[in-house]
Design a protein around this ligand. Structure first.
Ligand code: SF4
Ligand code: FES
Length: 243
């Protein structure tokens, strides 16, 4: 176990815990946007910044979703300096993703009502955190999308910026892991439509042989059968009718 202090409170947590999780376990609020427990921390939004002083007296700013607790660490989550940096980060995010409700909510909480930065158009709500691509690769094992290009042209897209990612199975994990709802998913009349920040893809859904309900994209069912080594015919019926 590791002993540290957060905002003057002495706490004890398991070794290997991030500062963010140590704070959460002790009901201490630190704002986050890109943190997602399904994938390894990446530190894209930096809203979870905190000030630390190590046991040796070294002071620095760190992203709490990545930094692991240390014996004798002193953490401050809400200093004037952190408030100032967070407000600037939120202004940048507001300029980048003016349509994002989540970012507007976080900005309101920090009393940020406007941005001094030039608003960007056409990039939807994407903060380039790569949660979608990392979930696709690390959790699903597919790697159908990735970040491409540099600087202001950086975007989330399909390999080679093709209209259709051939390896995508349409599972929608990217949409579930997106913190700003920049990716949306809709199932209608046997078709799943996934809208990414810069393109859209459609997938045919499989109908249940018993009740007729469309229950999963055909490509996803084929992928599950292939990777689990089970016959495709095992998936003719939906999970409800299979029991
Ligand atoms: S689409 Fe969503 S999850 Fe993917 S990089 Fe953009 S904000 Fe992150
Ligand atoms: S939540 Fe830690 S960097 Fe985004």
């Amino acid at each position: 176990m590791v002993k540290l202090t957060i905002n003057g409170r002495e706490i004890t947590v398991e070794e290997g815990t991030t500062i963010l999780h140590a704070a959460r376990e002790n009901n201490i609020y630190i704002p986050t946007l890109c943190e997602n427990e399904a994938v390894a921390p990446y530190g894209a939004c930096r809203l979870c910044l905190v000030e630390i002083t190590t046991a040796r007296g070294r002071e620095r700013l760190v992203t709490s979703c990545i930094y692991l607790v240390e014996e004798g660490l002193t953490v401050r989550t809400d200093t004037e300096r952190i408030g100032r940096i967070r407000r600037m980060l939120l202004e940048l995010l507001l300029a980048r993703c003016a349509d994002s409700e989540v970012i507007h909510d976080l900005a309101r909480q920090a009393s940020v009502t406007r941005t001094r930065f030039t608003k960007q158009t056409g990039n939807n709500k994407c903060i380039l955190c790569a949660n979608c691509a990392r979930t696709c690769e690390e959790v699903v094992g597919v790697a159908a999308i990735s970040l491409a290009r540099r600087g202001v042209d950086r975007e989330m897209t399909t390999p080679f910026n093709e209209d259709f990612s051939e390896v995508c199975i349409g599972c929608g994990s990217c949409a579930y892991s997106c913190p700003t709802s920049a990716i949306t998913l809709e199932d209608t009349d046997g078709t799943r439509v996934i809208n990414w920040p810069h393109n859209q893809m459609e997938f045919k859904m499989k109908a249940c042989s018993v009740c007729g309900k469309y229950w999963a994209p055909e490509k996803q069912v084929e992928y599950v059968a292939r990777t689990s080594g089970t016959p495709l015919s095992d998936y003719d019926a939906c999970p409800d009718c299979r029991e």
